[in-house]
Design a binder for this molecule. Structure first.
Ligand code: ZN
Ligand code: ZN
Length: 312
């Protein structure tokens, strides 16, 4: 008995530091919302959480981002930095909710410092406009609930391509993708932490820059839209979508050229009769590597063999 207790104590002493280090080194991606503007209870608006050690970063803020964070029991005020890829509404309609609800005092909010947000030029106009639009609510809560004034301020950084954020070994770089000639700038992001790498393509059609950034990374999260051939024939206007977003063949080509350890789909558009098996089959016509179709609240641990954790 005594021997067993000593053994248990010893294994605790031996395992804890290693496990602690593993948690510190971990880079984890959680797909909070994998959808598009289509209102869907299964696929909320596009938003991705990245956790590196004890830092939490949020990329884009689609519809329902607060609900998904709450499902993960992550207080909105605990996000260290927020990053916007571009100004399409499906990537930021969740921002006012996240910003305002995150300022409330209960545990789900509790932001007491300015909300750090990074994005393309034009970001300050957005944060200034939001502050103006919600000024009456802000005034009321300052007087009535005495919420901390700093918690409703934005700390907005308009960034150019290159390193946007660097802290405790975690680095985020923005790069230009290809979301069509009129949607400029539109960014993708590369996240690097302790030898691990994740690339988020952002909204893009086939882009050589995404390939360049994602060469050999652990995880490449790419957008995709599937339009059945008969739909394209019947309504040629659908072709315009492919001028902005990758088809399964486009994304598959990016995966085949970049060879990430795991290719993941998020921001998934299934048009007409298209379903997930069509998406996979069309991707497989050009790419035979590891592939995961994302779901809301799915997590991926970066590593030599990225590990997918499905939502409960
Ligand atoms: Zn877009
Ligand atoms: Zn979009």
């Amino acid at each position: 008995m005594r021997f067993r207790i000593i053994l248990a104590l010893l294994s605790c002493l031996l395992l804890s530091p290693r496990e602690g280090r593993a948690a510190e080194d971990a880079l984890r991606v959680t797909l909070l919302g994998t959808g598009t503007p289509v209102p869907s209870p299964e696929r909320f608006g596009y938003s991705t959480l990245v956790e590196a050690g004890d830092q939490k970063l949020l990329f884009d803020f689609g519809r329902g981002v607060t609900i998904r964070l709450a499902q993960r029991q992550i207080p909105f005020g605990s996000i260290d930095a927020h990053f916007l890829t571009h100004f399409h509404s499906d990537h930021l309609v969740g921002l006012p909710d996240l910003w305002l609800t995150g300022w409330l005092k209960p545990a789900y909010g509790a932001r007491s410092a300015p909300m750090a947000i990074y994005g393309p030029p034009g970001l300050r106009k957005l944060t200034k406009g939001l502050t103006e639009a919600f000024m009456r609510d802000i005034e009321i809560r300052l007087a009535d609930e005495r919420n901390p004034e700093a918690g409703i301020a934005f700390d907005a950084h308009e960034i150019l391509p290159g390193v946007a954020y660097e802290r405790d070994g975690l680095r985020v770089s923005a790069f230009i993708n290809d979301h069509g000639p009129l949607v400029v700038p539109s960014y993708g992001y590369k996240i690097e932490y302790r030898g691990h790498g994740v690339v988020l393509s952002g909204d893009t059609r086939y882009s050589e820059e995404v390939v360049r950034q994602a060469k050999g990374v652990d995880v490449l999260v790419h957008c995709v839209t599937v339009i059945p051939d008969e739909l394209l024939k019947q309504f040629p206007a659908y072709q315009a979508i492919y001028q902005h977003l990758a088809s399964p063949e486009d994304a598959g080509r990016v995966f085949a050229e970049a060879r990430p350890k795991l290719a993941v789909y998020s921001h998934i558009g299934l048009n007409g009769t298209a379903r997930e098996p069509d998406l996979v089959a069309r991707t497989r016509s050009v790419y035979d590597g590891p592939l995961q179709v994302g779901r809301d609240l799915m997590s991926i641990e970066a590593g030599d063999v990225p590990k997918v954790v499905n939502p409960p």
